[in-house]
Design a binder for this molecule. Structure first.
Ligand code: NAD
Length: 277
């Protein structure tokens, strides 16, 4: 598992819970430890609620191996990357994974929107590169959007579908295109909600109340944006905007401002709402 942030920790948790031995990698020891801390807290909650036994929890934790060097991944058969949503960061990770992992290993990205075909092209194994897009929060959400790049083989797709099922998820396979399906549909709605606030049409509370009661969404779009991370939302809008070259995907200036201010949502304590840590 490359990246021990909110998604990486979640994926590592469900993979270890499913019996996989998981190398949890990040650039700094403190980030890995933070991810492990979140996993432990989640598992303790599961034990308290009777969803997991203490023995199962200890077994799950024991299968998580901390790492700050991708060199540790030499024996890995499936790598899932959930590093920051940035093409430069991800291509560097994929080049390194391609260099270190066995030739047969599959390299999957949890990217929300970056092109799988382009990530595959920086490796010597484009047929073994695929998108494995988990939803947030990973332990709770059922879907894994599986994205085949132009060169992805059927065998790679089958392997990742099987891994997702083993982790208790429901995979749905799509083709590579900007934003794939989940974010191509979801993110313009979130962006439009930000426009409604920016233009003074409604407060965040009003927008969210309308979409919860009016469209039966479990969460309003702005509370969801705060959960996803406003930097991630902006990055996805930029991908849609560039990828389709269509002005209908222009990110709202208020979203840019919030990200520039460091108001990233829950993870920074402030976004459209305030969060106590
Ligand atoms: P995050 O900021 O919580 O975590 C990213 C982690 O990656 C950080 O801990 C960072 O230190 C680490 N990282 C950066 N460069 C690295 C490198 N070279 N090697 C190893 N680790 C590195 O972000 P997140 O929300 O967990 O998002 C991670 C990925 O998952 C992104 O691609 C994002 O688009 C995708 N995703 C996010 C959501 C969401 O709701 N947040 C949902 C689905 C997919």
């Amino acid at each position: 598992m490359v990246g021990a942030g909110q998604m990486g920790a979640g994926i590592a948790q469900v993979a270890a819970r499913a019996g996989y031995r998981v190398l949890l990698n990040d650039v700094k020891e403190e980030f890995v430890q933070k991810g492990l801390g979140v996993i432990r807290k989640n598992l303790e909650r599961d034990v308290a609620k009777g969803r997991l036994t203490a023995v199962e929890m200890e077994g799950t934790v024991a299968r998580l191996v901390p790492s700050v060097s991708l060199g540790d991944a030499a024996g890995v058969s499936l790598a899932v990357e959930a590093a920051t949503e940035n093409m430069t960061v991800k291509t560097a990770v994929f080049r390194e994974l391609d260099r270190v992992l066995p030739g047969q290993a599959v390299l999957a990205s949890n990217t929300s929107s970056l092109p799988i075909t382009e990530l595959a092209a920086v490796t010597g194994r484009p047929d073994r590169v695929i998108g494995m897009h988990f939803m947030n929060p990973v332990p709770v959400m059922q879907l894994v959007e599986v994205i085949g790049g132009l060169a992805t083989s059927q065998a790679t797709c089958d392997l990742v579908v099987e891994a997702a099922v083993r982790m208790g998820k429901t995979p749905v396979v799509v083709k590579d295109a900007p934003g794939f399906v989940a974010n191509r549909v979801l993110m313009p709605m979130i962006n439009e909600a930000v426009f409604a606030v920016w233009e003074g049409t409604a407060t965040p509370e009003a927008v969210d109340a309308i979409m919860k009661m009016g469209a039966n969404h479990p969460m309003g779009p702005l509370a969801l944006a705060d959960l996803i991370g406003l930097d991630t939302c902006l990055a996805i809008m930029e991908v849609l905007y560039r990828g389709f070259g269509d002005p209908k995907y222009r990110p709202c200036p208020l979203l840019r401002q919030y990200v520039a201010a460091g108001w990233l949502g829950r993870k920074s304590g402030r976004g459209f709402y305030s969060y106590q840590s």
